[in-house]
Write a protein that binds this ligand. Structure first.
Ligand code: AMP
Ligand code: MG
Length: 704
């Protein structure tokens, strides 16, 4: 089947004419074409929106483009309503009924409450329609829901209950209301469906239709809408964001997933309709989140007046400001190693799927008391992989480790504890019922959580996913991290270095760290201390990568062009962090891409990467915040430390004690490779002697 080329999400409205200036009281249409989001369309009236949709249908079908147009109101009423009103279960008969009666003027004035009165008159007692704008008008429509029986028809449709929508199509006023939208929407749908090529899902054959109309519910992506609104100012319009994000999320759903859920609707949907892709809620949220502008322009701003920021505070700030920017995709298990899960995963099947034996031995029913026992042995055996057979009560069967227990077996005795003669086994009790067996689902039941969102998929994770019948996982795409060196003095590895020049050591080091962290390293080369060149390189890089790590030029000196440029872009802060080794970190956004301006000094660059950039990139990649695990070990060194800064010493463990590198000089690159980790000395002054406890963080705890 052909995927949809163009997707529209319409936020319908029952309101009067909206103001000329974009506002919330209008109809918003979200659009994607070939997966690319367009600016949402603003329509002041229903007529304007309908005309726009009709024009789009004509245009897209003429161009041979498949079109999905979705609306945020129910396409049907609960089972039984259509028959009660029109004498037929056909939902289109009901659409026509509304089309014949609803009057809608260009200024938005309409007769929906009068029509509701007509409908209520067809039912015994008050309702089912209720809620109105004016207490004193429309006596046939109760103001409140109390006293309405909902006996002939239910208050909600099956899909509303499944999706936990709080609205009902019988509610005509007070939020959350959709009742008015349905009445004002069905006549429009009734006209649209008569256009060439248009089919309505799930009432008609939609599989080959050039244009499909379907119902959606923006509530499914609420977390993403909230996140999007949080990144915007007070003028953000919720409905606009909803349609924009939902259109993007729908367009990013793998087409097979979408068509599968479209094909599998329950019977009630033939009359009541169904919410498109409600079953793919988690996926829609993930896809919608991807399109939320994830980082605020001021995400690296520091509280004013602060001179030196303690490390812990700097880390807290980073943690609270950053959010995932890496996209998501679905991969088969064998391609998912080292990826980060983008949605929680539950077991498809129990582990173990059936009760089985944990040992080689003989199985029978029930435990046995102390004393000697003799049981007849049935012919054959149960081995791993055999379908479970049956064993008569009181008899035993040979079983091999991993075999599903045959019917009539719940206990196994070890073969070493048994004497076998021709057709009996003999052994001494006691033996508890259930001994040496594993219960079905004792590890995980079907439906249990097996993987949380934001976890790295390890070999052990793969074992659990495989065992529980999971075939594919939704994962984040690898975070692309660009590495850029700056400085007039730098020569690339392999070139001849003149006097006064040095080899670019940071780039291979940082690219290597990124690969070890599990991100995708992108070599952005080196640029001289030249603002124009640096600007051009950052512009190009921002198109290509999710994050940039620069080294050098990050302080506030004449040649510190990284910090100067980021400051010029208006989204930079120089973080003076109380850390040694370390110079100020220049943190900023370049065209929306976070830039970590690391110190040029390789030792400081590596320490700052491990301590700050790594956990921050973890968040951007979709992982939780990583706290490196340290261990308390005795020091093998002496050191006097002044109060104020947190210090990291290049260290390694020998004989159970932490040795530190002979020189703390930050130009001593050899100390980085000499070390196996870092000793972390907290901010207060300290006088450390051999044997004193210190915190040692192995490189492994940083994932390298
Ligand atoms: P800067 O932060 O640019 O003032 O650089 C601080 C020190 O780090 C200077 O001695 C630089 O030469 C050195 N440095 C800067 N970038 C690199 C690099 N990519 N590889 C090795 N050393 C560097
Ligand atoms: Mg420099």
């Amino acid at each position: 089947m052909k995927p949809f080329d163009t997707i529209v999400v319409a936020d319908w409205s029952a309101a009067k004419r909206a103001p000329a200036r974009p506002s919330k009281d209008a109809i918003w249409l979200g659009i994607t074409r070939s997966g690319v989001s367009e600016d949402p369309v603003y329509c002041r009236t229903r007529q304007e929106a309908e005309a726009w949709i009709v024009a789009l249908i004509t245009q897209e079908t003429a161009a041979g483009r498949r079109l999905l147009v979705t609306f945020d109101f129910p396409f049907g009423y609960p089972v039984g309503f259509a028959r009660h009103v029109t004498g037929s279960d056909d939902p289109f008969a009901l659409w026509a009924w509304f089309a014949d009666r609803i009057e809608d003027r260009p200024d938005g004035a309409n007769n929906r409450f009068d029509v509701a009165e007509t409908l209520n008159a067809m039912f015994e007692g008050p309702g089912p329609f209720w809620g109105k704008l004016d207490r004193d008008k429309w006596p046939g429509v109760p103001y409140r829901k109390e006293g309405i029986a909902f006996d002939v028809v239910a208050e909600k449709r099956a899909c509303d209950r499944v999706a936990r929508a709080s609205s009902s199509c019988f509610q005509l006023a007070f939020p959350p209301t959709v009742g008015g939208q349905v009445m004002m929407g069905l006549p429009m749908l009734s006209r649209l469906r008569k256009l060439d090529g248009v089919r309505v899902w799930p009432f008609e054959d939609w599989q080959q239709a050039p244009v499909v109309l379907a119902e959606i519910w923006p509530g499914v992506i609420e977390p993403a809408v909230k996140a999007a609104l949080a990144t915007q100012g007070p003028d953000a319009i919720r409905d606009r964001e909803q349609v924009r994000l939902l259109a993007m999320a729908l367009s990013r759903l793998p087409v097979d997933d979408l068509y599968r859920v479209m094909a599998e609707v329950p019977a009630a949907a033939r009359e009541e309709a169904w919410i498109l892709a409600a079953e793919l809620k988690e996926d829609l949220i993930v896809h919608a989140m991807e399109t939320v502008t994830p980082l605020r322009n001021d995400c690296f701003a520091l509280p004013p007046g602060v001179h030196w920021t303690p490390v812990a505070e700097a880390l807290d700030l980073l943690q609270s400001r950053l959010s995932p920017v890496a996209g998501a995709e679905t991969l088969p298990l064998d391609a998912a190693l080292n990826r980060i899960s983008a949605a929680p995963v539950t077991a498809v099947r129990a582990n173990p799927p059936l009760p089985n034996t944990a040992v080689d031995g003989y199985g029978f029913a029930g435990g046995r008391g102390a004393g000697r026992h003799r049981l007849p042995l049935v012919a054959g055996r149960a081995a791993a992989g055999d379908a479970p057979g049956a064993v008569p009560h009181g008899a035993a069967i040979r079983v091999l480790t991993g075999a599903a227990l045959p019917d009539g077996v719940d206990t196994v005795i070890l073969q070493e504890d048994v004497v076998v003669d021709a057709d009996h086994i003999r052994f001494s009790g006691p033996l508890k019922a259930g001994a040496n067996t594993r219960q079905a689902g004792e590890d995980k039941h079907a439906g249990d959580a097996v993987l949380a969102q934001g976890e790295v998929i390890t070999p052990a994770t793969l074992a659990l996913l495989a065992a529980t019948g999971v075939r594919e996982v939704k994962v984040h795409k690898p975070l692309r991290v660009g590495v850029l060196s700056t400085g007039d003095e730098l020569v690339p590895v392999g070139a001849d270095a003149g006097a006064g020049q040095i080899y670019d050591a940071n780039r291979p080091m940082l690219l290597g760290l990124i690969a070890r962290f599990g991100f995708e390293p992108v070599d952005l080369g080196a640029v001289a201390d030249d603002r124009t060149a640096l600007r051009a390189r950052l512009d190009a890089s921002a198109q290509e990568v999710d994050v940039v790590l620069t080294s050098g030029g990050a302080s506030a000196g004449d040649e510190d062009h990284v910090s100067a440029l980021l400051a010029e872009a208006g989204a930079m802060a120089l973080w003076r962090i109380a850390i040694k080794p370390g110079r100020p970190l220049a943190l900023g956004l370049w065209n929306g891409v976070p830039v970590f301006g690391l110190p040029g000094n390789p030792v400081a660059a590596m320490v700052c990467t491990l301590i700050f950039a790594r956990p921050a990139m973890g968040l951007l990649a979709g992982k939780g915040w990583a706290h490196p695990q340290g261990f308390t070990v005795p020091a093998a060194f002496s050191k006097r430390k002044k109060a104020g800064r947190r210090e990291y010493l290049r260290a390694r463990i020998r004989e159970g004690q932490a040795e530190v590198f002979a020189s703390e000089g930050s130009g001593r690159i050899s100390g980085l490779s000499w070390a196996d980790g870092l000793v972390e000395l907290p901010e207060p002054a300290a006088d450390i002697s051999p044997g004193d406890p210190v915190t040692y963080i192995p490189y492994g705890s940083f994932g390298i």
